[in-house]
Design a protein around this ligand. Structure first.
Ligand SMILES: Cc1cc2nc3c(=O)[nH]c(=O)nc-3n(C[C@H](O)[C@H](O)[C@H](O)COP(=O)(O)OP(=O)(O)OC[C@H]3O[C@@H](n4cnc5c(N)ncnc54)[C@H](O)[C@@H]3O)c2cc1C
Length: 380
């Protein structure tokens, strides 16, 4: 006998959104969460994530980001919480490249609105950034900063009001497809559901078939925060999210949320780890030195000393894109995982697509072949 139409394994960034979106389709799903939703050792940790519509080399994400933007707005309306703080976003780099020309090429393919600010305009509008001669900024007015735990907990709250359930402290050990359903097993219990979505982030590997397990790896990503000399300069109205890639240096960050500290973090430092549950939280001396030096050079208004740091896990695919779709060869198991250090901004859309498609409803967005798990099957 079935325990319900749908289970979601992992109630983090994507799983919470799948639970919420399934509940809006009239399907009260059951979420199984190894710890508790939005716990700080998951990819939800660290308070905020960047949301932006403009990306270098990733123009095929644009329809997903458009859907995500609409879903974040819907979640705000349904929960009454501000989740996406719309402070805009700056991409900063050398006008002659390589970053800015490649970014502009991708933006033009999508039709996303943008505004170029030359060196003088950046100095006048955003003096918080100390630019080198030859650098400019590209403003994405639709960008912003997402409040991560608020987003996850709000989605679960709305989903529960619609009949969904969350089982905490339930680490799923096996997802096995049977002839008439899917068995979900923890160490102590088993349930059977008509359909299952695997959305367990860095814990997804063992729940995937062997050929997909070979295509995913867990990474540690650290974050650093600095104190602002004048916090008013770094509030959302004055300081958009930013990503700056200039020469061999890169940093990204967000305005202050707590009124005193500013997230400013080295970009692209994800390091492979064996276990997502035990990532080293301490920064190495080299990470500290490079973070402080870069923040000092980039931001005259930040005190060059790390006041907070931590590290979190995320699951990467071998091509750093993600897995969204039915597990190859399976009728009833769907995976939504492996979003490779970039998934939070899209998680409202990923959850919506996972909920709809796992329930046999049509695709919400066309052109998602680049995310489908089949690409690895055919590659062997
Ligand atoms: C430090 C850092 C900075 C980032 N910055 C950005 C950014 O600025 N913008 C952006 O868009 N993205 C960013 N990302 C990426 C983004 O946060 C992740 O891609 C996204 O949050 C992953 O969501 P998820 O649902 O796959 O995983 P999670 O949110 O980690 O959720 C997985 C959940 O599954 C649970 N779980 C694990 N195993 C099991 C199991 N066996 N049974 C039951 N439950 C299980 C976990 O406890 C967890 O709650 C960043 C990631 C990190 C780590």
């Amino acid at each position: 006998m079935s325990d319900g139409p749908l289970a979601v394994v992992g109630v983090g960034s994507v799983g919470s959104m799948a639970l919420w979106q399934a509940s809006k389709l009239g399907v009260p799903a059951v979420g199984f969460e190894a710890v508790s939703p939005a716990h700080p050792r998951s990819a939800v940790g660290g308070d905020t994530r960047l949301f932006r519509m403009t990306y270098r080399g990733e123009h095929n994400l644009y329809p997903l980001l458009q859907l995500a933007e609409r879903r974040w707005r819907a979640l705000e309306e349904e929960s009454g919480q501000e989740i996406l703080v719309r402070c805009g976003g700056l991409s900063i780099g050398e006008t002659d490249g390589p970053y800015i020309p490649a970014l502009l090429d991708s933006i033009k393919r999508t039709g996303a609105p943008y505004q170029i600010l030359d060196h003088a305009e950046m100095a006048s509008c955003y003096p918080q950034h100390r630019l080198s001669p030859g650098e400019c900024g590209v403003l994405d007015a639709r960008a912003g900063v997402l409040r991560t735990d608020r987003a996850v907990l709000s989605a679960i709250d709305v989903a529960r009001q619609n009949g969904a359930q969350v089982v905490k402290d339930a680490r799923v050990r096996e997802v096995r497809e049977l002839s008439d359903g899917v068995r979900v097993s923890t160490d102590d219990e088993s349930w059977t559901f008509d359909r299952v979505i695997v959305a367990s982030g860095s814990g997804s590997g063992p729940l995937l078939p062997a050929h997909l397990q070979r295509q995913v790896l867990r990474k540690r990503i650290f974050l650093t925060w600095f104190a602002a000399r004048d916090p008013e300069q770094f509030v959302p109205n004055a300081f958009p999210i930013f990503i700056r890639i200039t020469g061999d240096r890169s940093m990204y960050g967000a305005p202050t949320i707590d009124g005193s500290t500013v997230k400013a973090t080295l970009d692209g430092r994800g390091a492979t780890v064996a276990d997502g549950d035990t990532v080293a939280r301490e920064l190495t001396p080299a990470e500290v030195v490079e973070s402080v030096d870069t923040a000092q050079d980039f931001f005259p208004g930040l005190i060059p000393e790390i006041v907070r740091s931590d590290a979190y896990p995320d699951l990467y695919t071998s091509d750093s894109i993600g897995l969204l779709g039915p597990v190859p060869g399976s009728e009833r198991v769907y995976c939504a995982t492996g979003f490779s250090g970039a998934g939070f901004k899209m998680s409202s859309a990923l959850g919506a697509i996972a909920a709809a498609e796992s329930l046999g409803l049509g695709p919400l967005v066309d052109g998602l072949d680049f995310l489908r798990p089949e690409r690895f099957t055919s590659a062997g």
